[in-house]
Design a protein around this ligand. Structure first.
Ligand SMILES: Nc1nc2c(ncn2[C@@H]2O[C@H](COP(=O)(O)OP(=O)(O)OP(=O)(O)O)[C@@H](O)[C@H]2O)c(=O)[nH]1
Ligand SMILES: [Mg+2]
Length: 445
């Protein structure tokens, strides 16, 4: 796995938390120290590593876990979130015919990555044309041609032509339509005027949708400076970090590039053509920390948060403070509250009778429409629903893609629920049932 030793150390930290008898100051100190050491060994910037562990410490002290969650799980979640946060934003990458320019210094993996990207597109059914625009090294043209044969994609080169932009223009004119065009350019020893001018000319000829910098992860932290300098000079849409398989400094490269302003789009994890992965920071951390466990933990936290929201909604319902916001929290949690029909029978406003499967499906569909409508309201409307008059109904309907009648139906449902709440609040048996329901005690018989 990529970043083997970092992953191993971090998983060791999680095990320590799991084994520790309590989450106390001593354990927290140990955990913070271990995380720092693991990050520094992976070449993460000292300042960044210190700030991260300080945040872990502060949050562990200040934030209360949601009701029902253990201190241990709480701490694991904080560690997960903080490590996730230094890996930067996730970005989409469209798999359709488009134009991609690869740039970078000597030997960073541009040509190899051009081949890998071509394979990546072609595997997903998008045909590719590779363009050899490395005009400084004839061997680079042969290298790319070989790769294009392996991948089975279109290829264009013009041996003897010394202007990269001319090669690019010729390729665009000759390639069949609807190709993803990937341009391999010449490396340099540094970001000099020559490189910047050549890239500017190529960009004018190509009009790329993506300008991707190819960076060797072995640069560690200095990959961040390089990404920043390129970003300033030519404007990048993203970075491809290569050779993460061989580098102990990958953590430094990943975290440093993450703050450069150009997101990491792919990572290279080997010399082979298939060894290119989309970079998804969330999945990356999950894998680093041991995927399964983290995923289950996060899901449980979400459920607990939903439950807390639903409980509050129930409280508001019975105290008469019930707003559309509460209703939304309630709708959100319905999915997890067992047979919906049983819950419905608690609400006189929804008919109070048993319903069959078809009605159930209709109700579910209606709930989805209700959620869409609620999502189109602003805070003031959610908290003070009586301000929603005709013109607002129209706007909310347009925003949610629903008919105005449906918006009015939702408002009627809200009104009925709120009025029925008085009835529930004064009916002790019903009230107890409702409380049990919201507390997750299972639906009433
Ligand atoms: N282990 C590993 N090796 C890689 C990876 N990507 C590229 N390489 C190797 O890195 C070396 C340089 O790759 P190239 O693709 O030729 O690099 P380049 O940037 O095109 O180099 P120049 O055109 O000379 O500037 C080759 O030996 C590749 O096999 C990777 O993700 N992992
Ligand atoms: Mg090359």
């Amino acid at each position: 796995m990529v970043l083997d030793s970092l992953g191993k150390s971090l998983r060791g930290v999680l095990q320590k938390i799991a084994r520790g008898s309590t989450v106390d100051e001593a354990l927290l100190n140990e955990v913070v120290r271990d995380i720092q050491r693991a990050l520094l060994q992976a070449d993460v910037n000292v300042q960044l590593a210190l700030e991260l562990t300080q945040r872990v410490r502060r949050r562990a002290a200040e934030e209360k876990p949601p009701a029902g969650a253990s201190l241990r799980d709480h701490l694991v979640r904080i560690i997960y979130e903080e490590i996730r946060s230094i890996l930067g934003k996730e970005r989409t990458f469209e798999l359709r015919p488009r134009k991609i320019l690869l740039a970078g210094l000597f030997g960073q993996g541009k040509t190899t990555t051009a081949g890998k990207l071509a394979r990546y597109f072609q595997k997903k059914g998008v045909r590719v044309g590779l363009v050899a625009a490395d005009v400084h090294r004839p061997a680079a043209i042969d290298q790319l041609e070989q790769l294009s044969k392996k991948v089975g994609c279109e290829f264009y080169a013009h041996r003897g032509e010394s202007r990269a932009e001319v090669i690019v223009a010729e390729a665009l004119a000759r390639f069949p339509p609807h190709l993803a065009v990937i341009v391999d350019t010449a490396g340099r020893s540094g970001i000099d005027a020559d490189l910047i001018q050549e890239l500017a000319r190529v960009r004018k000829a190509l009009e790329p949708d993506e300008t991707l910098l190819v960076l060797d992860a072995a640069m560690g932290q200095s990959a961040g400076r390089s990404a920043e300098a390129f970003h300033k000079a030519v404007g990048l849409t993203g970075v491809i970090l290569t050779k993460l398989d061989g580098s102990a400094k990958g953590g430094g490269a990943l975290s440093a590039v993450a703050v450069s302003g150009a997101p990491i789009v792919f990572i290279g994890t080997g010399e082979h053509l298939d060894e290119l992965e989309r970079f998804d920071p969330t999945r990356f951390v999950s894998r680093l920390l041991g995927m399964g466990d983290i995923q289950t933990l996060l899901e449980r936290f979400e459920e607990l948060a939903d439950k807390a929201g639903a409980e509050k909604a129930a409280e508001h319902l019975m105290s008469g403070k019930f707003t559309l916001k509460d209703m939304r929290a309630q709708l959100e949690s319905l999915g997890q509250m067992g047979p919906f029909s049983k819950l419905m029978s608690l609400f006189p406003a929804m008919g109070g009778a048993k319903i069959d499967d078809q009605q159930m499906q209709d109700t579910q569909a209606r709930l989805r429409r209700f959620r869409a409508i609620l999502d189109s309201m602003n805070e003031a409307e959610m908290l003070e629903p009586h301000v929603i008059k005709s013109d607002r109904v129209q706007r909310i309907a347009r925003g949610s893609g629903q008919r105005p009648q449906e918006v009015r139906a939702l408002l009627r449902y809200y009104d009925a629920t709120r009025k029925a709440a008085h009835g529930i609040a004064s009916n002790r048996k019903l009230r107890r049932q409702l409380e049990r329901q919201f507390a997750g005690g299972g639906p009433p018989a």
